[in-house]
Ligand binder design. Sequence first.
Ligand code: DC
Length: 234
Amino acid sequence: MNTTTQPLITIAIDGYSSSGKSSMARQLAKTIGYRYIDSGAMYRAVTLYAMQHNMISDDLAIDEQSLIAALPEIDIDFQVDGERQYTLLNGVNVESDIRSMAVSNRVSPVSAIPAVRHALVKMQQQMGQQKGIVMDGRDIGTTVFPDAEMKVFVNASAQTRAQRRLSELIEKGVATTYEEVLSNVINRDHIDETRAESPLRKADDAIALDNSTMSIEEQNQWLLNLYNDTIANL
Ligand code: DC
């Protein structure tokens, strides 16, 4: 918890898939005693809900009307258990299910539906009302918290990101290949950047970070330095 007298701020960390933004964001939140919210997990949870209710066909067509009608029934929350944080979908821990390739392959079209975005943006804004929050995603600095005191936009090459994602998936025992992960990363970049509703883009006042050649420790230090500078210059 935040035990200092530092003012509480809002921290928005956006960027490309598998750019390492979630790990950086989570670590910063832990170091400074802030709440961490992985907004991508929320889009993944809605996608899982749609899959569980047969709203996505094998050819990835989405029954948008049914999904939009079901939005009020979808409750998403996070549970902190020591070092770990789990995503809850209607009270059920779905943390491992939402990381599957099946969800990864369907989440971008689901997150392009304007009504889904409106519902989740509203939930995210409520979560950030008290400040003292680090949220990562695609549109946090542009749409969710346009007034955030600290904004970062993270990128790394698609190859670097695919390699990182592959290592994570292998560690979790998910069967996949580098080619499959690279194609998923490139495809999601494309959908995220070209969707009509709040596409992935750097906010004008966000600080860009390309972490292709940085170690995890270097990124964490870079982010902590930026936080300290931001607080010092409020
Ligand atoms: O960060 P992630 O890879 O877990 O995000 C999963 C998907 O959710 C990603 O392909 C785009 C979408 N997303 C989004 O549209 N807006 C956000 N704020 C976060 C994620």
